[in-house]
Write a protein that binds this ligand. Structure first.
Ligand code: PLP
Length: 483
């Protein structure tokens, strides 16, 4: 039999190359501490190493992999390094990586139940498990009025929440164009920028987003929220959406959900709770106080891709009344009609998100939960929190440094007392050393360093070394100033 010409990898070649890649990744994790955590590449460096034109003829897999080492690695900031303490984490794990690989291997596009029932049903089940694992309100279970869905990011979850809230407030008359400029949304001055973006995309208008002042711990002040709502009502506006945050990006502040929730309920305003990183802490009963008042929430999200050892991207978004979300985002063109959908017995997640297509993300989440078990996940979360609490104590005990915010979980905001310029310089030296990577924020307009402890393989010695390095570098910089 004559074979047709093919440029594809055969299963045998795939197996061989695949083993090489798995070996490469395992070796990468063994070597990861030898790389500078923050890429030291200058703008344009990586492109300069790449050929100006795509190859006309296919190349060998080993030469591609060699170029990963030569060209790509110098341009990588090593998010999975145990010495990565920047931003909020995007942690990964062996189980998640293999789940991701399997998802790529199956190549499923799970837009509707019929395009791969397992993609939908595993997602529903795993999101129900998480309701139990995090002790979330029962209404978020699929057996109730609500349910969960995996979004790519918390930004998408916020957008879906704003859209659903808008439609609810306008009785699904989107032709009101976001309420004719009358709808108003509320978030604290510390809320993640993705909420402002969502408000813009939803046509509400940035000018209709009220930034509620915060207290000395950077948490939303409920009495200020109530005041702003009343002011808007007097002006003929329609308050429709409030976002409360469990663990703000700058300082990990916890908005008081119970008080905000009571106001939202009384005013008939949609409450969305963004727990992007910190939600994972609720795996441990002793940290579940962060969710006090969550029963008031109409929607909620947290990112396993931040702190639950699940590769980016994976955000779990829950809604208390799924009908509203579905009615908001549902469209049914002829080419997607099918018997399962018509039967009403299945979930079609395409109606629960902005894009049509969707990846099989539940697979990696399932792998992670099964690999670690609840116990394993709790162990590592507790370890991170413990290390951050200890780091905070070290800062408190060092006369030249000070804490800049409470440390409820695993983020420490601190600074050297020598002022903004000194701290900027300190951060720059630390990051250029390649030994650790930290980022900064401003709290009350004061330049502040952030130590975010949540990398999969971060252990006590990494945190101790980081603190040693921070103190040593600060001492050296001070000496230099004196000279
Ligand atoms: N919300 C909070 C509190 C965050 O800290 C972040 C990112 O750090 C986001 C939302 C946005 O996350 P994503 O990248 O998943 O959209």
């Amino acid at each position: 039999m004559k074979h047709e010409q093919s440029y594809h990898m055969t299963p045998e070649e795939f197996e061989k190359n695949g083993q090489e890649v798995i070996h490469w990744i395992a070796d990468y994790y063994r070597r990861i501490e030898s790389f500078p955590v923050m890429s030291q590449a200058a703008p344009g460096d990586i492109r300069a190493g790449l050929p100006p034109h795509a190859p006309a003829k296919g190349e060998s897999f080993s030469s591609i992999l060699q170029d990963v080492d030569k060209i790509i690695i110098p341009g990588i900031t090593h998010w999975q390094s145990p010495n990565f303490f920047a931003y909020f984490p995007a942690n990964a794990s062996g189980a998640a990586i293999l789940g991701e690989l399997l998802s790529a291997g199956l190549g499923v596009q799970g837009m509707i139940w019929a395009t791969s029932p397992a993609c939908t049903e595993l997602e529903t089940q795993v999101l129900d498990w998480l309701v139990e694992m995090l002790a979330l309100p029962e209404k978020f279970r699929s057996s109730g009025t609500g349910a969960g869905v995996i979004q790519d990011t918390a930004s998408s979850a916020s957008l879906c929440a704003v859209l659903a809230a808008r439609e609810k407030a306008t009785q699904f008359a989107s032709n009101l164009k976001g309420g004719d400029g009358r709808l108003t949304a509320y978030a604290s001055s510390q809320t993640h920028s993705s909420v402002e973006k969502a408000v813009k995309i939803a046509g509400i208008g940035k000018e209709n987003l009220r930034l509620v002042p915060v207290d000395r711990n950077f948490a939303m002040r409920p009495e200020e929220l109530a005041k702003l709502i009343q002011e808007d009502r007097r002006k003929g506006k329609i308050p429709f959406f409030v976002c409360a945050t469990v663990g703000t990006t700058s300082s990990n502040a916890m908005d008081p959900l119970d008080k905000i929730g009571a106001i939202a309920r009384q005013e008939n305003i949609w409450l969305h709770v963004d727990a992007a990183m910190s939600g994972t802490a609720a795996l441990c009963p002793e940290f579940r106080h962060i969710h006090k008042g969550l029963e008031f929430a109409d929607s909620y999200c947290f990112n396993p891709h931040k702190w639950m050892f699940t590769n980016f991207d994976c955000d779990c978004f829950y809604i208390g009344d799924r009908k509203i979300l579905i009615q908001t985002l549902s469209i049914l063109p002829e080419y997607l009609k099918n018997k399962a959908t018509e039967s009403g017995a299945v979930i079609d997640y395409r109606d629960w998100q902005v894009p049509l297509g969707r990846r099989f993300r539940a697979l990696k989440l399932w792998f992670v939960i099964r690999h670690y078990g609840i116990e394993g996940l709790q162990y590592h979360v507790r370890q991170h929190v413990q290390l951050a609490q200890e780091f905070a104590e070290w800062v408190k005990g060092e006369p030249d440094f000070e804490l800049m915010a409470p440390v409820p979980l695993n983020l420490v905001c601190f600074r050297h007392k020598a002022g903004a310029k000194f701290n900027e310089n300190l951060l720059d030296h630390l990051n250029r050393s390649g030994k650790i990577y930290l980022t900064h924020t401003k709290l009350n307009d004061i330049y502040t360093l952030r130590m975010s402890i949540a990398q999969t393989n971060t252990q006590r010695r990494h945190v101790e070394q980081a603190w040693e390095l921070i103190r040593k570098t600060a001492r050296e910089l001070k000496e230099k100033i004196k000279d």
